[in-house]
Each structure stands twice: as C-alpha cells, then as structure tokens.
Design a binder for this molecule. Structure first.
Ligand SMILES: *Cc1c(COP(=O)(O)O)cnc(C)c1O
Length: 233
C-alpha cells in the first residue's frame, strides 16, 4: 500500500501540471488535508510530508485532534472548519481556526463576529455556495451571496476572503467544471459590483475526484481526503 507521503508527492505533481495548464503558479494553490475520520498519526504524517493546512468537518473532532496534534509539537498548522457549523459551536471554533469555509447565514455571521470580538480576533470566513441547489447540502444560493457578503463585510471582527462550494458527487470530474466556473464568475460579479477584490481572493473548491479541474477553473484552496490519505477502510 502506498504511504501518505507517496500520495502527497503524486498530488503535488498533479497540482503542478494543472497549474501549468492553467498558466498559474503552484504557490497560488493551497492543498488542504480534509481529515474527517482520519487519525492523529495520519494527520501528522501528512504534515511531515509538507501539508500545512488541515480542515475538519465536525467541531468535536477538530478540538480533539488539534489538541493532540498541538501536543505532539505541530503547532503551526492552519486549521480550517469546513463542515456545517451550528451557532452553539462557534465559540469553540473561533479561537482555533484560521478560516471558516461554511458561513451560510447572517445569524451565523453575527455569532462568529461576537465570539471573535471577545478574543480580539478577526476571523477569516468564506461563504458556502450551494450551486446545484441540492437540498441535501448546506450553503446559500448564488443569488443570496451579494446580500450576505454585504452583511459580513459590515462586521468588524469578520474578514470575508472568498467563496467555497461542494459540487454534487460524480465519477466524472468534468461534471464539476461548470459548477467551478459558476463559483468563479460569482466571485468576479461580486467584485464588479463593488466588493473589494481581497474579499474574493479565495476559492475553496475541488476535492479528490475533481481537484485538477478545480485548479484549471481558479481554485486557490483544494480540500483533499482520499487523494492524500487513501480510501476509507
Ligand atoms: C470529505 C470532504 C472533503 C474531501 O473529500 P475527498 O473526496 O475525500 O477528497 C472536502 N471537503 C469537504 C467539505 C468534505 O466534507
């Protein structure tokens, strides 16, 4: 079986090739490990192989694993919250997260702002966009993005950095391309209607099955589970 280190080397090669096809620099793309259900030793192996960003879906897992990874001495990792976030969990997430990828309501924004203010932090956030309108997925409709972006930028302890999306599951990465294009165009549209470009500088899109396509379409953060850690056992 291949090691996490070998997986990461393969991913880095594919990222470099996708960047080249798109005329982009590799430093424009952050490879984040999506580590839900993976163990602390697996996360540490990924970090030792060069991963600097780790994303967790569930708050309890995030707290537990970050605690253990910190204790093992890996304290300069950027941790990301990438799953649906309940307001009553915000207080645990804000102190330890570099970025929250799943902001999807004004109420959640106000709660994050309140908790960030208490610890004198400015919390980086992305708006989660449900492009395909899937009922099983969280996130706002593209048409709601302008209003939520405006509400977020009015809050002093939030810093809007961009958009995140998760296309419907498919075996064919080309199926995701139109969704990625829609996210990219939405960001461009928000900028042309007055949002500062820095508020739309990140596009968190692309997972194990479609990250190369996502990079071709402008992803700045790709979120990889299986491609780094192997299939779930
Ligand atoms: C699980 C997960 C990923 C990674 O999925 P893979 O297909 O294993 O790469 C990325 N983003 C989110 C939000 C996830 O829940």
């Amino acid at each position: 079986m291949e090691t996490i280190q070998q997986h990461i080397a393969q991913v880095q090669q594919k990222v470099a090739q996708a960047c080249q096809r798109a005329g982009r620099g590799v430093q424009e793309v952050t490879v984040m490990a999506a580590s839900k259900t993976r163990t602390v030793p697996q996360i540490i192996e990924a970090v030792q192989a060069g991963i600097g960003d780790v994303g967790e879906n569930y708050v309890q897992e995030l707290l537990d694993k970050k605690g253990e990874v910190d204790e093992a001495g890996y304290t300069d990792i950027c941790w990301h919250a990438i799953g649906h976030l309940q307001r009553n969990k915000v207080r645990y997430v804000v102190p330890i997260c570099t970025m929250i990828h799943s902001l999807d309501s004004a109420r959640l924004a106000r709660e994050i702002n309140k908790r960030a203010a208490r610890i004198d932090k400015v919390q980086k956030v992305l708006l989660e966009i449900n492009i395909a309108g899937e009922e099983s997925k969280f996130g706002i409709a593209p048409e709601q993005a302008a209003e939520l972006a405006e509400q977020v930028t009015a809050l002093d302890h939030l810093q809007l950095r961009g958009l995140m999306t998760m296309p419907p599951y498919t075996d064919n990465p080309e199926d995701s391309r139109p969704q990625f294009q829609t996210l990219r165009r939405l960001a461009d549209k928000l900028i042309s209607s007055g949002l500062p470009a820095e508020a739309m500088s990140e596009l968190s899109m692309g997972m194990s099955g479609d990250y190369e396509v996502a990079i071709e379409e402008g992803a700045t953060i790709i979120r990889l589970g299986t491609a780094l850690f192997g299939p779930h056992l």
